[in-house]
Design a protein around this ligand. Structure first.
Ligand SMILES: [Zn+2]
Ligand SMILES: [Zn+2]
Length: 241
């Protein structure tokens, strides 16, 4: 089946995420937009994934627990997991790899953890947008060992992207890539041959509800599920934007 996706969405746990980005609001907006499958990818944390998966189950939409990791080099990498257990195991690894910098909500924004009914159950004290100690060359191995997939985020952007930081698209066992603009799908493979033959995803990187994707980017799946997306992307599935 052709599945329309948005695999890069932030919740109110990301300091830059709008306070309206609660798990229930996110899944309802995704349903309204008629997306088939979505992922929650907060900066350096998966702590809102329990509430996200529970909201998605109630709403009847497929959902993938994930994270947008900031590597030691300051490259953003999207990490998707087959289940909550794997995502939370990775969350613990990343929490230990965060620098000890306290969040200052008045400057960076709140980092709100929510429960299954969307009510705030806590705030995460350590700043989530800083670079972790995890390197770009090791991230794929860690995520694969948990049954997930990692791919470089918004590689066509002027900041926090592999191209802007490293000057290239490293192999680093990446089997898919993300761009932020449709035009990059046509132009980038000419400059970076590593992209050829691998799925290129167009996600929203939404920090506000209205920015969640319309059904545009699709991937060909055997099974509409987190495992189905991970195995299809690893295998180089058919895709389009
Ligand atoms: Zn990013
Ligand atoms: Zn993002």
């Amino acid at each position: 089946m052709r599945a329309y996706y948005d695999l890069h969405i932030h919740s109110c746990l990301s300091p830059c995420g709008d306070s309206e980005m609660s798990p229930i609001n996110i899944v309802n907006m995704a349903k309204l937009k008629k997306l088939d499958i979505i992922a929650l990818t907060d900066h350096n944390s998966s702590k809102n994934c329990p509430a996200f998966l529970s909201a998605a189950k109630k709403a009847g939409i497929q959902a993938i627990p994930g994270m947008e990791l900031c590597t030691a080099e300051e490259c953003h990498v999207i990490c998707l997991f087959p289940n909550l257990r794997a995502a939370l195991e990775f969350d613990a690894v990343v929490e230990a790899a965060l620098p000890d910098i306290q969040n200052r909500p008045e400057i960076f924004g709140e980092q709100v953890i929510v429960g299954a009914d969307d009510s705030a159950i806590g705030v995460f004290p350590t700043l989530l947008t800083a670079a972790t100690s995890i390197g770009i060359d090791e991230i794929s191995g860690i995520v694969r060992s948990l049954g997930g997939i990692a791919f470089p985020a918004h590689i066509d952007r002027p900041s926090y992207s592999v191209i802007s930081v490293l000057g290239t698209v490293p192999d680093a066992r990446f089997s898919a890539f993300e761009v932020s603009g449709r035009g990059s799908v046509r132009t980038l493979p000419a400059s970076y041959p590593i992209l050829k033959g691998r799925p290129i995803l167009l996600n929203s990187d939404a920090h506000r509800l209205e920015d969640i994707s319309e059904p545009a980017g699709w991937i060909e799946l055997d099974t509409l599920s987190p495992e189905g997306v991970i195995s299809a992307l690893l295998a180089g599935c058919a895709w389009g934007v």
